[in-house]
Design a protein around this ligand. Structure first.
Ligand code: PLP
Length: 417
């Protein structure tokens, strides 16, 4: 490994030890990347993606062949009937809310079976009051907690499902939770269990941070619909904005009517010249995701060696790109995030501090010196400023970049002990 002049000998030697230990983990990430690369390439070839598909549409965006092909490519990769992949879907939260608000009607209930959903959804659902929430529209929710942060509460799920339950909702990635992320197979077991109780349930998966981390996707294991953000894994670092939904045709149709208007649906929505970035980013996404997984495993190993708990542990299988490291103090979160920011290509001179963010109730610190604002497939670290002070590390686009930044963070946190 390169002897970085600004990383001290102690950390460099620890890092070399981590590299040895992680050989099998890296190999598996590369194997998965190769299989996913093939899947993505085949879908481009089968759909005859051509240079003319990159042309910029405007206005209503009727007959944008590139947009239609991109959605075909997404549905082929996820093995679904249809897809909605749009710059007009502004972020992951928007994709999820779009899906839920399209599929649920007054009187329906949604059951969250991976505990309380991701922080930014609390207002969407109405866990916190907000105009436009599902609650305001007469849609109720219930939640079953995970057992020991790693298994579904099957008994609780059975009790919670009632005649009004319409959606069973699974969050693949831990988000800001202190738990493991789920493999698509494991998600599939819970879906099968729930559908056995009530066959017409819609299985809805928050796939944020999970795309291309495993060989399969939740839609290969019974999910009826999945949603995510294009400035995370599937955008490959090149998508400048956007979100996606993939799933059953009737469900995607409802979502398209909510995104634009009933009757218009997928027919409108100019892509304003970003299609090339969405296609090219998708072509890179399997490899970029593997770089992020390897960087996450490296962070786990190095911080474990320094005496901190990492989830997933260095030797655990990763099912999303997030590495959660319990640092136990706000000062250490500041140090960690400060070094990630200082190791970024953009805005390296900026010092991140905790602040209120739209959609989140705790103060959140975010280190992100990204080419695409807020893109967390690029090198990034963030976390809510609350006990037990866990920092959530994601990215980077290249493994070398991720590894360097993690060593700097380890050096700063290690020196503060
Ligand atoms: C990132 C993320 C979201 C959505 O977040 P946005 O910042 O709105 O894109 C939702 N769920 C999980 C698990 C996430 O990681």
């Amino acid at each position: 490994m390169f002897r970085y002049p600004d990383i001290d000998e102690k950390i460099l030697n620890m890092a070399a030890g981590c590299e040895k230990r992680l050989a099998d983990v890296y190999k598996e990430a590369d194997d998965i990347s190769e299989a996913n690369q093939y899947k993505v390439l085949k879908s481009f070839i089968n759909n005859r993606v051509s240079e003319s598909d990159f042309a910029a549409g405007s206005g209503y965006g009727y007959n944008e062949t590139g947009r239609e092909k991109l959605e075909k490519v997404y549905s082929d990769i996820f093995h679904t009937e249809d897809a909605l992949v749009r710059p007009q879907i502004t972020c992951g939260t928007h994709a999820l809310y779009l899906g839920l608000s399209s599929l649920l009607l007054p009187g329906d209930e949604i059951l969250f079976i991976t505990g309380k959903p991701y922080d930014s959804l609390e207002k969407s659902i109405g866990i916190q009051e907000c105009p436009g929430s599902l609650k305001e529209m007469g849609i109720t929710h219930s939640i079953t907690e995970l057992i020991d942060g790693s298994e579904f509460d099957y008994e609780g799920i059975e009790k919670a499902i009632n005649e009004r339950t319409k959606i069973v909702y699974i969050q693949r990635s831990k988000g800001y939770g202190d738990r493991l992320s789920f493999s698509p197979e494991h998600i599939g077991k819970a879906i099968a269990f729930a559908k056995n109780i009530k066959p017409d349930l819609i299985a809805f998966v928050d796939n944020c941070y999970g795309e291309f981390v495993d060989y399969d996707e939740p839609t290969d294991h019974g999910a009826d619909i999945c949603a995510g953000s294009l400035i995370k894994n599937p955008g490959g670092g090149l998508a400048p904005m956007g979100g996606y939904l993939v799933g059953r045709r009737d469900l995607i149709e409802r979502c398209s009517y909510k995104l634009t208007a009933p009757g218009l649906g997928k027919e409108v929505g100019g892509s304003l010249g970003i299609l090339k970035a969405l296609f090219q980013g998708l072509s890179l996404a399997p490899s970029v995701t593997a770089n992020a997984v390897k960087s996450a495993a490296f962070a786990a190993a190095l911080f474990e060696d320094l005496g901190y708990a990492a989830l997933p542990a260095a030797s655990d299988k990763h099912h999303c790109i997030v590495e959660a490291i319990t640092l136990n103090s706000p000062e250490k979160i500041n140090l960690f995030c400060g070094e990630i920011q200082a190791s970024s290509y953009v805005d390296s001179y900026v010092k991140p501090v905790g602040a209120d963010m739209p959609g989140y109730s705790d103060s959140i610190i975010m280190a992100s010196g990204a080419f695409i604002s807020g893109s967390s497939i690029e090198l990034s670290a963030d976390g809510p400023m609350r006990e037990p002070y866990i920092v959530f590390y994601q990215g980077a686009l290249t493994f070398e970049h991720g590894r360097y930044a993690v060593m700097r963070a380890a050096q700063a946190v290690g020196e503060s002990d």
